[in-house]
Design a protein around this ligand. Structure first.
Ligand SMILES: *[C@@H]1O[C@H](CO)[C@@H](O)[C@H](O)[C@H]1NC(C)=O
Ligand SMILES: *[C@@H]1O[C@H](CO)[C@@H](O)[C@H](O)[C@H]1NC(C)=O
Ligand SMILES: *[C@@H]1O[C@H](CO)[C@@H](O)[C@H](O)[C@H]1NC(C)=O
Ligand SMILES: *[C@@H]1O[C@H](CO)[C@@H](O)[C@H](O)[C@H]1NC(C)=O
Length: 379
């Protein structure tokens, strides 16, 4: 969907148009049959989520599409360069960097990077298919399904500024971020007629998140930012409290008296629903953002979500049977932790319809569906 702003008269509209061209120098000013109008030249997708919530997986469903320029967690650089700031203070630079990326202007990375020379200086660059194929890297053609490890070996020594030229060749820019814990921060972007933003808010059962955190290292610095306890032992329950509260805040903002510019720009999905039908969800999302599914991509998505080989790391840091992964916490998470977490994240769990388990037996009983029917299929 293209948003279109039509101007009634020639004089003012030309001035307005030229002013906007000057201001957003990389955006086009098009002349259409109905008169002059300003249109966003791309579609911008934000996968808005939290740590260990299946977002690498969702990102990958978009990443392999040849029309998509995808960056995974680019705002990592903002947080990493200011480890002692509170996340709320970092929201503005995070948002501004996001705006630049959506406009294919990569110069805003500079203040947040120690080195700004090659594409390899970018966090998780080789998880981005667009940086592994033409025109960025000749190792792959654009429509190839790309193996991140081969990319790591063959691409990389590409000047950082080519990120911009590569970005400009794509119709869709997709960014995944766990560093926006509020929706209102994004209003200036959502309200901007030169951007065409589509948000996918991905929510996961906090008990699954907690288990995934226990099996994953490397969140200390982010946890320190969330709880403002840098370089001290982090209380994981405090982190979970902030994360759960953020999901509630974002979702409530979108449903309780939302501003008109949010219309058709926000969908929420539960990770547990997604894994039951990834191909169905990705088809819905593709139509939401104006893309088409190809048989090759559909086959790829089916394969990575039904992997029999959990150690296959060619496409994702972790793959395997995603339905089983979503339920691992039921066997592996200590019940007393489950009880404590259910208390801390009660509001989130009620809002999204996650069933509370009252005993170890209930926790382990797979006949009990963990997502209550109440909230199903409602995005
Ligand atoms: C890209 O496609 C062209 C034409 O199909 C082919 O000749 C070339 O070998 C391909 N390059 C790579 C890196 O696969
Ligand atoms: C998916 O897996 C099947 C069976 O292993 C394979 O034939 C097919 O090429 C795979 N699809 C993609 C897109 O990799
Ligand atoms: C579960 O957690 C409690 C409290 O954190 C601890 O005392 C107990 O030993 C744990 N049980 C297992 C099986 O790890
Ligand atoms: C598991 O849950 C189902 C559905 O509520 C119930 O019928 C069954 O008795 C439970 N099994 C155990 C072992 O508690």
């Amino acid at each position: 969907m293209v948003r279109r702003t039509s101007f009634p008269r020639m004089g003012p509209l030309i001035v307005a148009c030229l002013t906007m061209v000057w201001y957003f120098s990389r955006q086009p000013c098009k002349i259409s049959n109905e008169g002059y109008s300003v249109e966003p030249s791309k579609t911008h997708v934000l996968i808005l989520t939290s740590w260990r919530s299946g977002s690498s997986f969702v990102g990958q469903l978009f990443n392999q599409n040849p029309h998509i320029f995808y960056l995974i967690e680019p705002m990592w650089h903002v947080w990493a360069s200011m480890p002692h700031e509170a996340f709320g203070h970092l929201h503005m630079p995070v948002r501004d960097l996001l705006r630049s990326i959506f406009s294919c202007d990569m110069s805003n990375f500079k203040p947040y990077m120690k080195r700004y020379k090659y594409i390899t200086d970018l966090f998780m660059w080789h998880d981005s298919r667009a940086l592994c194929s033409q025109p960025a890297c000749s190792a792959y053609n654009r429509s190839d399904i790309i193996d991140r490890r081969t990319c790591f070996q063959k691409c990389g020594k590409i000047p950082f500024k080519e990120l911009e030229d590569t970005c400009k060749t794509y119709s869709h820019v997709v960014v995944k971020s766990v560093r926006l814990l509020d929706l209102e921060v994004l209003y200036p972007l959502l309200n901007d007629p030169l951007l065409n933003i589509k948000i996918i808010h991905l929510v996961r059962d906090p008990r699954g998140v907690l288990l995934s955190r226990e099996n994953f290292e490397g969140l200390n610095r982010d946890d320190g930012t969330i709880t403002r306890t840098q370089n001290k032992a982090v209380d994981v329950f405090k982190v979970m409290q902030e994360i759960c509260a953020a999901q509630v805040r974002i979702y409530k903002t979108s449903i309780q008296d939302p501003p008109s510019f949010l219309k058709d720009r926000y969908v929420m999905v539960l990770y547990e629903d997604l894994v039951m039908d990834p191909v169905g969800h990705i088809k819905d999302w593709y139509s939401y953002v104006g893309l088409q599914m190809s048989p090759k991509l559909e086959s790829f998505i089916y394969n990575i979500t039904h992997g029999e080989t959990p150690k296959d790391r060619r496409f994702l840091p972790l793959t395997g049977d995603s339905v089983k992964i979503a339920q691992h916490w039921r066997q592996q998470l200590n019940f007393s932790k489950v009880v404590r977490l259910q208390g801390i994240c009660k509001q989130e769990m009620e809002l999204f319809g996650y069933r509370m388990v009252m005993s170890k037996t209930e926790q382990e009983n797979r006949s009990l569906d963990i997502v209550l029917p109440l909230r199903r299929n409602h995005n």
